[in-house]
Design a protein around this ligand. Sequence first.
Ligand code: PMP
Length: 405
Amino acid sequence: MKDIADIRADFPILKREVYNKPLVYFDNGATTQKPQCVLDAVDEVYKSYNGNIHRGVHFLSDMSSEAYEQSREKVRSFINASKSQEIVFTSGTTGSINGIAFSFGESYINKGDEIILSRLEHHANIVPWQMMCERKGAVLRVIPINDKGEIILEEYYKLLSSKTKLVSVTQASNALGTILPLREIIAAAHSANVPVLVDGAQGIQHGIVDVNAMDVDFYVFSGHKIYGPNGIGVLYGKEKWLAELGPFQGGGDMVDKVTFEKTTYNELPFKFEAGTMNYPAAIGLAKALDYVSDIGREDIASREKELLSYATDRLADIKDLRIFGTSDHKISTISFHLKNIHQYDTGMILDKMGIAVRTGTHCAQPVMDRYGIDGTVRASLCFYNTKEEIDFLVKGIEKVKSMFA
Ligand code: PMP
């Protein structure tokens, strides 16, 4: 793997100081920082070939369209989808799930049907389904979790029934870090003829994702969590599903022929891309995927595993610190709580030391309710973090404790 100093040098923001202290960025679960090559790729679009895609016959539009379609192909190969028609660009994970919840609901859901989610879901994988259920008279069923923050598979198997129309689960919990047993979840759903959507917002950046090997029906993620720009996301769907589903937005580019009496839709994947897409961000995302591939996805996974193990050991040594999410299968995210100290106080004191952590419910209130807490402090690490930074976090936590002693 590339030397850590060289990796860090790729990310301009990591050089900055906050409150005259070096930035220690441990909020990668919320959004990752961007390497220079991604910033350059987006800049280059606006500086030298910006033209609206799929619209004009002119030089710039052609160039932008081609770069956008090459980005789609890059995403296809990154997640090993069979065809680029199966890759739809969206605004992000939230946009992708809302889209599928709408289209799937319209096509397949009737009164009394059931959708299975897990207790670990981010609000983005709860609320769109809830809205759809309200529209259609359908019901959400929830896979419970144990004290370690792992889903209870036996309970999932019991929930699957002839009423189940879809299973939608996260690849990894953003609040606790737990990695879900997707192989078992997908196999059981498929043996009951039920499709599965995987929310990859906290999965794609931590290792190799192969949608073909997973045999997943829908896989969604956000560009900004994998070192790409904001405002771009991906919706992968097996061709058979995308071909059957209706569009979730209407507008320019997603149509074939429009009259006031009737509109016919464009072919895949354009049927799902209404209006001017965020093509500069898609082009930036493709560059981010190149960057991650160049660093090496297996190397990223093993480095993050090492950082997780180091941080977990160091934090576990701190008296009165409780870690939430203690599964053996975790992404490099650690959620914790200090006895008798509110997470916002901890977060604010760490901030003044230059350490960026997330505090609160992490858009996963049902997870917090499961433990009867109103939030945690979350340090989400990634490959550009260092053990020295983790040591500094430990120092920060000790300082917080001494201030409240
Ligand atoms: N799902 C999970 C598991 C997430 O962690 C997040 C972002 N925190 C989302 C969905 C939503 O992603 P976005 O805000 O980029 O749409």
